[in-house]
Each structure stands twice: as structure tokens, then as C-alpha cells.
Design a protein around this ligand. Structure first.
Ligand SMILES: NC(=O)CC[C@H](N)C(=O)O
Length: 362
């Protein structure tokens, strides 16, 4: 057994037993409150650069399967958990949790007092940390090698187009670190899908001749992605558009709104969100650390559609005249409830209503 330590930039040290890859690593320390879904969370590209703490105390009990990865790449920088169950019991399980993180080159700590760690994160709000073998003197934070400024998106997004044939309308999935479940949701609606790199120029998107565009989720601070705001705006002016999580933030920023770092984010599978049109509350899957400031949104152009019941933060919006909608939560779920899966159907209806053509000359 090898001991390991999570050192927070604020000075606290959490002890555990080292698991997975031997590599020491650093990143923002975050927590997710979902009871299940560790496989989807670890492979969700939006967690790139982050050390993920599982609040649920037993991790690994249903193993790892061949279908639930949200990407083919390593996403989280490291995982922190309490009790590791490495003798899974599930008919679809093909590997143990330890085998999975070892195979993906992710380090982790088990037997950590995750309740105290989560309290510390909530107290400090945003906190970075480093996973080390020895709790001795550490190099300064600047040399921890934490990625910023779009490097995170670059590290997870596709570099080339990927085309998926189908019988329905053609949707370009602009990839800032998409989750496979988003692609699956589009394919389920019979869409042809072209996954395009996040930095695809607008002219090339036009050449792809999409009927609609979905701007994906992704890691990092949305406000650092300023070079892409003009393209995002042009997309929304030309095609029916759906933004999910980072995609939602980028649409808001492209129209002049501002984003803010939240105290400790929303990461979990039971975040209540109120649909302001029907008054109904939906349970949503969430994973974000930033939010759009509602007061900064041009309400002449956008209607607020969803609001978080717990902290009243903005959870979704709709353009008043263009078929452009965006949500801060994850309608594709995985992990989490699928109450808001209908968002994909609404998007496809808007795509179909637009007649399969760019309906505004640009
Ligand atoms: N899941 C996402 O797209 C996350 C968006 C952004 N990186 C945030 O943390 O707010």
C-alpha cells in the first residue's frame, strides 16, 4: 500500500491510499453529489484539468462497462473517493474501477475523508490542489502546471471532422469537448451529424451546409474563449442553434452577457430547475463551475427559460426572434435524470421548421 496526499492551496492536507497511475498531478478540486455514474463523470471532457471528488461513499460497486464512457480520452486529472469496491457485481461489468483508472492513466486516492474535503471545498469555494506521494514542502502553485486559456478545450476536442450518416436533418456539433451522449441523442433523433472542431471558421461551417448547429459542453472558463465569440454569434444568426452548458455560456457571451465563477459549482444528478413557461420543476444533471449573470443578459433579445430552484442562477434562455435556445444543465443526462431529454426534440422541431436551410442571409 502506498500512501498519498491531496494538498490544497489553502494548506489543508487530506491523506489516503494511492490508486491508479503513479503520476502526481494538480488541478481545481471539485465534487459531484451523484450516487451513481462514476464512469460517465470520469470520461466527461468538461472535467478536464479537475480533480474530482465523489461525494457518494462507495465507488466501483457496479464496475465499468463497455458502453458508458462519455469520451475515448482521459478527462479528469485525478479522482478522490472514500470506500473503493473493487469486486464489482453487475452483468455488464467488464473491468474494475482500479483497472479503468490505471488503464486511462489517471491517479487517485481512496480511503479519503471525503466529507471533510467537500466541507473544505465549500468553505474555500474555489480551491486548487495537488496529489502527491509525500506531504512535505511543495513547489509554488505557479509550477503546478494547471492549464488555462483554451488549452483545456484543445486537449479534449476533435481536430478533424467526423461524419455520422443518418436519414434526418444535418446537425453540426461544434465540439468544445462533447459528451458522447449528446451525439447519441442527436442520432436517436435521426440527425446526420458532423462533429466539427471548436475553432472551425464560420465559412467552413457554412460549407458543411448544416440544417442546425449544436454548440457543445466543454472544460474551463468560458470567458477565456473570446476568439470564438464572433463565430458563435454568426452561427446563431444563420442556423437553428442549441447550446449545452459551455455552449450556452458561449452564446450568452457572444451576445455581450457576462459569466461568473460560482462558489463551488453545480455537479450532480438532482439539481432542480424551474421551467418559467410551465412553472414545472425538472430534475437535471449538471456539471459546471461558471454561470451566466442573468442581469447582464440583454433581455430585449433573450427570454430566460429556466432558473435554478436552489440558488436562482440562470439555467436556460431562448432568443426572442431566432430559433436559438441554450441550457446550462445537461438534457442528455448520463449520469442523471432524463426529465429534459425533450430539449433535443424541441431543437429538431426548430431545425425542421426552418426548412433545412439557413433562413437568414449572411
Ligand atoms: N459541462 C460544461 O460544459 C461546463 C462548462 C464550463 N467549463 C463550466 O464549468 O462552467
Amino acid at each position: 500500500m502506498t500512501k498519498g496526499y491531496l494538498i490544497l492551496e489553502t494548506g489543508e492536507i487530506f491523506e489516503g491510499e494511492w490508486i491508479g497511475s503513479k503520476q502526481e498531478t494538480a488541478g481545481e478540486v471539485v465534487f459531484n453529489t451523484s450516487m451513481t455514474g462514476y464512469q460517465e463523470m470520469m470520461t466527461d471532457p468538461s472535467y478536464a484539468g479537475q480533480i474530482l471528488t465523489f461525494c457518494y461513499p462507495i465507488i466501483g460497486s457496479y464496475g465499468i462497462n463497455d458502453t458508458d464512457d462519455e469520451s475515448g480520452k482521459i478527462s479528469v486529472s485525478a479522482v478522490i473517493l472514500n470506500d473503493l469496491c473493487d469486486e464489482p457485481s453487475h452483468y455488464q461489468s467488464t473491468a474494475t474501477f482500479s483497472e479503468q483508472i490505471e488503464g486511462m492513466g489517471i491517479p487517485g486516492l481512496k480511503d479519503v475523508d471525503t466529507r471533510s474535503l467537500v466541507s473544505a471545498i465549500r468553505k474555500h469555494q474555489t480551491v486548487r490542489g495537488k496529489l502527491v506521494k509525500s506531504p512535505g514542502r511543495q513547489s509554488s502553485l505557479h509550477s503546478w502546471g494547471i492549464k488555462t486559456k483554451g488549452e483545456l478545450v484543445k486537449s479534449v476536442a476533435v481536430e478533424n471532422y467526423h461524419y455520422f450518416p443518418n436519414s434526418g436533418p444535418h446537425v453540426v456539433l461544434l465540439d468544445f469537448g462533447y459528451k458522447k451522449s449528446i451525439l447519441k441523442a442527436l442520432l436517436k433523433e435521426n440527425c446526420k451529424v458532423t462533429i466539427a472542431p471548436f475553432d472551425t471558421p464560420f465559412q467552413e461551417i457554412q460549407e458543411l451546409n448544416p440544417d442546425g448547429v449544436l454548440i457543445s459542453n466543454g472544460p474551463g472558463d468560458p470567458a477565456e474563449l473570446t476568439p470564438y465569440f464572433p463565430t458563435v454569434k454568426k452561427i446563431t444568426e444563420a442556423y437553428p442553434t442549441l447550446g449545452i452548458c459551455l455552449g450556452h455560456q458561449l452564446i450568452a457571451l457572444a451576445y455581450g452577457a457576462e459569466t461568473v465563477k460560482m462558489p463551488f459549482g453545480h455537479r450532480g444528478g438532482n439539481h432542480p430547475v424551474k421551467d418559467l413557461v410551465t412553472g414545472k420543476v425538472k430534475m437535471t444533471s449538471q456539471n459546471h463551475g461558471y454561470a451566466v449573470i442573468e442581469q447582464s443578459l440583454d433581455q430585449e433579445q433573450f427570454d430566460v427559460l429556466f432558473r435554478n430552484v436552489n440558488d436562482k442562477s440562470l439555467e436556460g434562455m431562448q432568443h426572442r426572434t431566432l430559433p436559438v435556445q441554450s441550457v446550462q444543465f445537461h438534457p442528455e443526462a448520463h449520469p442523471g435524470p432524463s426529465d429534459t431529454e425533450y430539449i433535443f426534440k424541441e431543437f429538431i422541431s426548430q431545425v425542421q421548421a426552418a426548412g433545412g436551410k439557413a433562413y437568414v442571409e449572411v
